[in-house]
Design a protein around this ligand. Sequence first.
Ligand SMILES: O=c1ccn([C@H]2C[C@H](O)[C@@H](COP(=O)(O)OP(=O)(O)OP(=O)(O)O)O2)c(=O)[nH]1
Ligand SMILES: [Mg+2]
Length: 144
Amino acid sequence: MTVKIINQSNNPLPAYATEGSSGMDLRAAINETITLQPLERTLIPTGLFIELPVGVEAQVRPRSGLAIKQGITCLNTPGTIDADYRGEIKVILINLSNEIQSVHNGDRIAQLVIQKVEKISWAPAVELEQTTRNEGGFGSTGKQ
Ligand SMILES: O=c1ccn([C@H]2C[C@H](O)[C@@H](COP(=O)(O)OP(=O)(O)OP(=O)(O)O)O2)c(=O)[nH]1
Ligand SMILES: [Mg+2]
């Protein structure tokens, strides 16, 4: 699948790092370094605008390296880029460490995963098919 993209940043286009990579890293497109206080969140532009076909979404997901090394993650993970969104892809980062963290222009701050999405119609009902699990959840399995 090819997807139209406008890149208003001076960073390279997001790319798969290896043949088997699910995501393409997103880079910060910022003029000045951003500092994040502990628990501070901020919206970081990428300079990227895309045109997804209907039936496809893009997810903005955290990078594990940033999370473990700096305690930085995406607050709304996974972020949803709707097929009909024509605005700039932005990343909501939060600093969950107890130190000030910095983000520089070009830093890889998140990753974009392209996924097919199903659209459904509701069939209103009064009862649902029984299952072994039924209403069990929230740690219901594996108990003696
Ligand atoms: O991490 C994100 C999440 C969303 N978006 C953009 C693309 C998406 O299509 C749009 C709306 O996102 P979402 O549906 O998550 O936000 P909302 O709060 O429901 O806003 P809206 O009412 O505009 O849908 O914002 C981003 O750029 N980055
Ligand atoms: Mg929405």
